[in-house]
Each structure stands twice: as C-alpha cells, then as structure tokens.
Design a protein around this ligand. Structure first.
Ligand code: PGA
Length: 253
C-alpha cells in the first residue's frame, strides 16, 4: 500500500447469495468496518444491487455491478446500460473480469468500449486484467497483461485514465486457492504501473489504484497488502462470509 493513493477493498459475489443473504452480508460488513479511510465496494448479483444499496444507506459502503453493456439503451436482451447503473445509484462497474473474458468470450475491444462508456457516465470502471496459467508458463504474463492494459485504455485522455481502477487477477489464482506470492503480485503491479506511465505520465501512473485479486484470504492479505504497489484487493470467495471479508478489509500491517 501507498497511502498517497486511494485504497480499495472490493467483494465480488459473482453468481452467489440469495436476496436475504446479500442484505445480511451487507449489514454485517457495514457494522464491522474499522478502517474508514479505505473504500469498500460490494459487487452483488445485479438483481440484488438495489436491495444492497438500500442496506448501505448511511454507511460508507459503495456498490457496483459485475458487468455492463456500453450502449445507453436499445434492443440488447439481457444487458444493462450505464444509464440504468446511474439510475439505481451504483458507483462502480467490474469490467473484463476473467470469467467474462474466458467463459463469455469478451474481447479487449468490447471491454474497451465498456470502459469508455462507464467513464462517460461517471461510473468508476474496475478494469480486470490477468494472464492464464499457460501464458505464465510460456513467459507471456507481462505481454498479455500489457496488451489488456493498452487496449483497455486506448484513446482515453490522461484525465479519464485517472478515473480507472485496475485489478490484476492472474487467472490461475482465481478460485483455485493458489494465491500469487506477494513478490509475484508486486512485480506485476509495478509492471502495470510502468505500462500506464509509458502510456501517460508518472502522475497518472502514481495515482491509479491497482488491486490484486485471486484467492485472497484473511491469512494471506497482510503479505500482499504490505507491497508498495498493491492498493487493495478484489475478493471473490472470501467476500461471501462477513467475518472473513472483515478480516481482510480491516487488516493491519
Ligand atoms: P477468488 O475470486 O477470491 O474466489 O479467487 C477473485 C475474483 O474472481 O475476483
């Protein structure tokens, strides 16, 4: 962590929870936050976002959607627009999560259009990047992630680039229990920051929060968060239980 940058702890609930569980999880998290300087963001299943936003009233918690389409409205069955996300009062959107890329075939081009649309509607895009195991084994981790960053930020002004939050999630670490070591994660975070610096400048690179995601748990958060370029985490499985998520978001170094 580097206190100059915004610190963000996010929970991606994926396609889990019932409505009651989602509300109870929200209330439990809101009651247990002790580090108020950290931004806590919940990404519930879209159908529960409004209930979660209601449960967050009067708390510092922020809420986001796990996905979005880039058009304002239209004949796009099953999709949600940035206008709708604004309408219900959500602040963030996860874009390019590895499950969207690899199960639903989202391309860098599509993800880029979504990033642009989110910024145009004052929604903070949390752009997820990360290499597959075979890419890591072939020595292509950095080139893969670099391409995802370059395409994701294509054409964004420096001012708009500063509105993006990046989440580095090595695909081999997601839901597998195989967390990246703090050194592996830090090395990629530093590389991502250098990539942003090359695209823009040092001010932009130093201001963008870069979160780590992939099997983050209460017992490995301290090592990861101690790294200078890790500005928070995006948590899947461990964000579904009040106590384990609180143990992560309240970590002390
Ligand atoms: P995980 O998921 O923490 O369960 O590995 C992380 C993510 O997919 O964002």
């Amino acid at each position: 962590m580097n206190a100059q940058r915004k610190q963000i702890f996010a929970g991606n609930w994926k396609m889990y929870t019932t409505k009651t569980e989602a509300v109870n999880l929200t209330i439990g998290i809101a009651e247990g936050i002790s580090k108020t300087e950290r931004e806590i963001v919940l990404f519930p299943p879209s159908v529960y976002v409004t209930c979660v936003i209601t449960a967050c009233e009067g708390t510092p918690l922020k809420v986001g959607f796990q996905n979005m389409y880039y058009e304002r409205e239209g004949a796009f069955t099953g999709e949600l627009s940035p206008i709708m996300i604004n309408d219900v009062g959500a602040h963030y959107v996860l874009l390019g999560h590895s499950e969207r890329r690899h199960i639903f075939g989202e391309t860098d081009d599509l993800i880029h259009k979504k990033v642009v649309a989110a910024i145009a509607h004052n929604i903070t895009p949390m752009l997820c990047v990360g290499e597959l195991l075979e890419e890591r084994e072939a020595g292509k981790s950095e080139s893969t992630v670099e391409m995802q960053i370059v395409k994701g930020f294509e054409g964004l002004s420096a001012e708009d680039a500063r509105k993006v939050v990046i989440a580095y999630e090595p695909v081999w670490a997601i839901g597998t229990g195989k967390v990246a070591t703090p050194q592996i994660a830090e090395s990629m975070h530093a590389f991502i920051r250098k990539t942003v610096q090359k695209l823009y400048n040092d001010t932009v690179a130093q201001s963008i929060p870069i979160l780590y995601g992939g099997s983050v748990k209460p017992d490995n958060i301290a090592g990861l968060y101690a790294m200078p370029d890790i500005d928070g985490v995006l948590v899947g499985g461990a964000s579904l239980k009040v106590q384990s998520f609180l143990d992560i978001i309240n970590v002390t170094l």
